[in-house]
Design a protein around this ligand. Sequence first.
Ligand SMILES: [Fe+2]
Ligand SMILES: [Fe+2]
Length: 272
Amino acid sequence: MFETESEVLDWYERQPRAISPDFLAGIRWEEVKSHPLNPAFVPVLHYMRDVESYTAVYYRELLRTPTGRDPIIRKFMDRWGVEEMDHGALLNRFMEEAGVPTSPRWQEEALASIPLRYTLENYAAMLVTNRFGRSFSGTHMVWGAINEMTTLQAYRRLWKAAGHPVLERVLRAIAREESAHGKFYASIARLRLERSKFTRGLARFFVERFWGPVGQGTKPRSEMDYVIGALFGGGDGLGFFDEQVSRRIRRLPGLAGLETLTRRMAESGARA
Ligand SMILES: [Fe+2]
Ligand SMILES: [Fe+2]
């Protein structure tokens, strides 16, 4: 375990990229069409691709908050932002190779489809954030940890369920990077939560009150529910989520016994 935030950043910066030029050159795109892709997973790929590309929006928003002005987090975010955009681009390439219709302007179109309500809510959230200042960065870090871990587990579920070897290869590489993101967020979160009771209370309050599956607010609820249902539906999927994500988050200071995450996933999957 890390003792300072600089150690966390040093660790992160020492991780080689899983999506390296060598990795990209070795992907057998020409084999994509030799394996069937269950059409039930096409909306899942679309959703994940778009949510990856929304990182550009979060990045810009975070820069305007105390979290984005923190030098350690800022250094992490500069690499993180690039990696998430690469994930979106890779998923899009896979869809193209699989013959799924995609638009050359998919990034602009995905951004344009974010509802105005989300933009306004974020503006309001930013005003709140700036009032709480540095204490709120702890909440951002918990939030980031939850979302990175959820994304990682979603990719694992997807490659197992889809049974497509090229997709699996791509998703395993993306998952390695998501895993490093999750570890960065969770490690910084732990250090900040340990330090302050106020930060612990704030983080717990915001997660219990507002957390929803990744993409909530930016994507229509029906699409989110479909993805959650497809990947984490049924008792087995929820058990997996609880074990892999909720249990880890419950180990952070101040978050023992947190039921919110698994419950919101269950509610979303049940609506699908
Ligand atoms: Fe990603
Ligand atoms: Fe990530």
